[in-house]
Design a protein around this ligand. Structure first.
Ligand code: PMP
Length: 406
């Protein structure tokens, strides 16, 4: 079995080696945003020290260096998701902007009575942009039901996918439940009905690598900051034919071929969707994050993450009144929970006093909170740099909180 040297890995993440509230930091809020390895900071620092200039403007050496670094990062992302071409890799500000771009781009295809299929476990980022475009076009946003265990109800999917369905917009992994959805088969069924498919990969990519060609989805989106890269940048993978068809999202410099007051024409892909000066250093940082991940043993990493989840699962019964929300068979190491007699936000505050960072609240998934009849949950979300000892610290903290306050 592959070994995963978590002690060595933690040295790559300087932020982890600190005390918070007099206790060693235990960072279990990776689902909200992950920490960055030194390699990412070094790459961005070197970019600013040695190569910063605007990109794609030619004319001088720094411009060429910046462009090479920026486009090199795009190629790194292309390989990461296995896109056929860098023409299909669009930089965005993140998952949210990528979904807004696609929802707006598909608006001309939508008319009254059309349906946009999402699920009851979506993040607001994969609900609200569709509601906004539905409002404009008369289309309807329809949610696929979720089972009490937190899996997609496949019967509900089969019932809802129909004549009127134009778009399937589905999360790969739930940010609340950790559920890994069986998207490949759902994409296949959708495609058989000529439905456009978008996969929200925000919570998937920190745990495993997607293959957009094998999945055969039309769009796949994610954020850099959850993938151990910088904030302010994300990725829209799109099938070239569809990206050619849909109109630009924003107008400005870079996205045009020729501008005149009579007629303006669009630049080629991917630049058609990249108006204005992009987040160059951030693209370089994301590229460095992926290269860092590429140096790790993927199988060992997944095994280590699974071991964290198994340890957490084994400790649930040590906290009286603790209940897990999301018990799917196939899940990433994310644990949403409640404890009888305690408000989730109090759990968060009391854990923080012990150096343990988790997230509490509705997790931008209010429809899912309504489904479970809770105002919010406490959520511990693990990354490959977390340790079994940290899982134990979390549970020691929970036991104490339960004893004293529940
Ligand atoms: N989708 C999912 C599943 C998420 O977890 C998140 C972030 N919590 C988003 C979308 C939105 O990502 P961002 O805020 O980086 O655009």
């Amino acid at each position: 079995t592959p070994v995963f040297d978590v002690t060595a890995i933690r040295r790559d993440f300087p932020i982890l080696a600190q005390q918070v509230n007099g206790k060693p930091l235990v960072y279990l809020d990776n689902g909200a945003s992950a920490q960055k390895p030194q390699a990412v900071m070094d790459a961005m620092d070197r970019y600013y020290r040695e190569m910063h200039s605007n990109v794609h403007r030619g004319a001088h050496t720094l411009g060429d260096r910046a462009t090479a670094a920026f486009e090199g990062a795009r190629e790194t992302v292309r390989q990461f998701v296995n896109a056929a071409s860098t023409r299909e890799v669009i930089w965005t500000r993140g998952t949210t902007e990528a979904i807004n771009l696609v929802a707006n781009g598909l608006a001309p295809r939508l008319k009254a009575g059309d349906e946009i299929l999402v699920s009851h476990m979506e993040h607001h980022a994969n609900i609200v942009p569709w509601q906004m475009v539905a409002e404009r076009t008369g289309a309807k946003v329809v949610p696929i039901q979720v089972t009490p265990e937190g899996e997609l109800d496949l019967e509900s999917f089969d019932q809802l996918l129909g004549e009127r369905t134009r778009v399937l917009a589905l999360t790969h992994v739930s940010n609340v439940l950790g559920t890994v959805n069986p998207i490949a088969s759902l994409i296949q069924k959708a495609k058989a009905q000529s439905v456009v498919t978008l996969i929200d990969g925000a919570q998937a990519v920190p745990h495993f690598q997607p293959d957009v060609q094998a999945l055969d989805c039309d769009f796949y989106v994610f954020s850099s900051h959850k993938l151990f890269g910088p904030t302010g940048i994300g990725v829209l993978y799109g099938r070239a034919e569809l990206l050619e068809e849909i109109p630009p999202y924003q107008g400005g410099g870079e996205m045009i071929e020729r501008v005149s007051f009579e007629r303006t024409t669009w630049n080629v892909l991917p630049y058609k969707f990249e108006a204005g000066t992009p987040a160059i250093a951030e693209a370089v940082g994301l590229g460095a994050a992926i290269e860092y991940l590429n140096r790790l043993d993927r199988n060992a990493m997944e095994a280590a993450e699974n071991a964290l989840l198994q340890r957490a699962n084994a400790l649930i019964e040590t906290v009286p009144g603790m209940e897990i929300i999301g018990t799917a068979r196939n899940k990433v190491p994310v644990m949403s929970f409640k404890i009888a007699g305690l408000h989730p936000s109090d759990i968060g505050t009391l854990l923080d006093q012990q150096g343990v960072a988790i997230r509490t609240g509705h997790h931008c998934a209010m429809p899912l909170m309504d489904f479970y009849g809770v105002p919010g949950t406490a959520r511990a979300s693990f990354a490959f740099y977390n340790t079994l000892e940290e899982v134990e610290t979390l549970f020691t903290g929970l036991q104490k909180i339960q004893r004293l306050f529940a």
